[in-house]
Write a new protein. Sequence first.
Lengths: 340, 332
Amino acid sequence: MSQDQLTPMASEPILEIRDLKTHFMLDTGTVRAVDGIDLTISRGKTLGVIGESGCGKSVTAHSILRLIPSPPGQIVNGQILLYRQGEVIDITRLQPKEATIRQIRGADIGMIFQEPMTSFGPLHTIGNQIGETILTHQQAESAQSAREQVIELLRQVGIPNPEQRVDAYPHEFSGGMRQRAMIAMAISCSPMLLIADEPTTSLDVTIEAQILDLLVGLQEQTGMAIMLISHNLAVVSEMADDIAVMYLGKRVELGSADAIFDNPLHPYTQGLWRSIPRVDGPLDKLIPIPGAVPSPRDRPTGCVFASRCNRFIEGTCDEPRPVPTFEVEPDHFVACYLYD
Amino acid sequence: MTALIIRRIILIIPLLFIISIISFIIILLPPGSYVETYVENLERTGFLMDESQIKAIYKQYGLDRPAVVQYILWMSNFLLKGEMGRSFIYQKPVTEVIMERLPMSMAVTLISLAVTWLLAVPIGIYSALRQYSIGDYVATIIGFVGLALPNFLLALALTYLVFAKTGHAVTGLFSIEYKDAPWTVDKLFDLLGNIWLPILVIASAGTASLIRILRATLLDEKNKQYVTTARAKGLPEHKLILKYPVRVAINPLISTIGWTLPLIVSGEIIVSQTLGLETLGPVLLSAAMGEDMFLVGSIVMILSSLTVIGTLISDILLAWIDPRIRFDKVSI
């Protein structure tokens, strides 16, 4: 996407998710993992998606590339619109194995995963597995030039001695190195969107900072958009332009990173902030959010957060209907009756 | 890699030595001996041997010396001249008895093995990828039947069916008129007309268990993160399945290749006996029953050695296809 870089078009969307519902039809009942999500990712921007485990962040990400195992998973509603080179593709309409989605995977949208330890197949070299992406999407490429590109990519993501390391096997890489190689693989075809699904969760803190720096640097160079999924508020607030807060398959709050950080509106978002230590604030006690995320099998019929909310309104929040979204300030949305 | 192989080969030498000692002990273990039985049989027919004649027989076979000397003689003959003693029953050198049967044994075993793999690998992959489909259930049922049905029973049933339907009796690898005939095109066709049945029978059990192993491993592997990664790269489904999870799932099968090597000698003794195949299995059986000590000992030693060598071959193959094993390092 080098031709587009550094063109600060205010908010040109490249991916739009509209009322996405991804459900899992299990023998024991339907799990509504994602239940009506709206998100927009703009060119060159970073969208942070935060929420506790099981809130549907990863399922949303996997839905975008149609990587949800089916059965049991199924996109039952909504659209995922990809804007590429003047055409609009609704990804939800594609067959998960057909050519169009395969072109999108790896070429238009790259993805990095949570577990760098198991993200590479154990029996092929790192160079082989990265080069494969290039060879898949750029037909004319010869194996030799793909290899040179891989070496260049490995250099770009900060792997020392890329000429030798290209022939190494995954088990010869440390976790941080594997995640760097994973990033090299995801950006190998210059995608316009990189989905980073908890990219640093299994890494230690110093490596985490390096990986995030790397992502920021690559974004500056290539102008790609990033969808950064994390349960770590610090990670997201540092990198993201916009932040979506998810809870139990719903997007409960959406706004610019500053707005979410300085003026969190949803009681859940406020609770999240109270539950992490702040370096700049007084050393108060940390207040965890009481209770746990209810099982998506028996979700509350009204507001999904009602059972844990400290500002629960009797007779309103437990009404069995979806909570409408209110725009409290420009571009700052919240799904909560407090702002009705 | 080379260092690994050399180290393993060096380790094998003392192991083979120990095996030869144990084989020899096995030879000496059973009470009585071929000579005693032989003398008894002669006496029963009224032919009385005196002590000196009996001693002469013992001496002829070297059986009058202490066990240690017998072992050293047996081993040194084997190492220096490639001889393994003399078979009492066949009245021939053991090596000759074995070499007569070895080619057919190898043919039956290796072809069965190839058939097993050619059937098991595609069916196993299909079964895992289409878990709980009709095809999977059919493969599973046939697999379990093949596994549960005793081979000799299947052999008898098939022999009967073929005879009842076509009038052709599959007894042995050759029809009677070709049994001792020199090799001709006709004899080859005769062999092909007979050999398919034992191969089918022997392959059925092996196929069933290989399908189960491959299916189980592949079911595990196909949902691993690296498969999703490969899918997220935009690879076509068939390509990524074959390149990543199938390659990993083949490993347990490779590690069983080595165990099939001893089967060349002992493979399916019961089936061979039932079908009258001229392979080594029935020789081992009759030699053991007739206390033909050098023949039994030699076959036991060959079997054990083939097991050891087969394991080495498996290990080398595994190291060759799996880089995690190659470097003697513990992978995370």
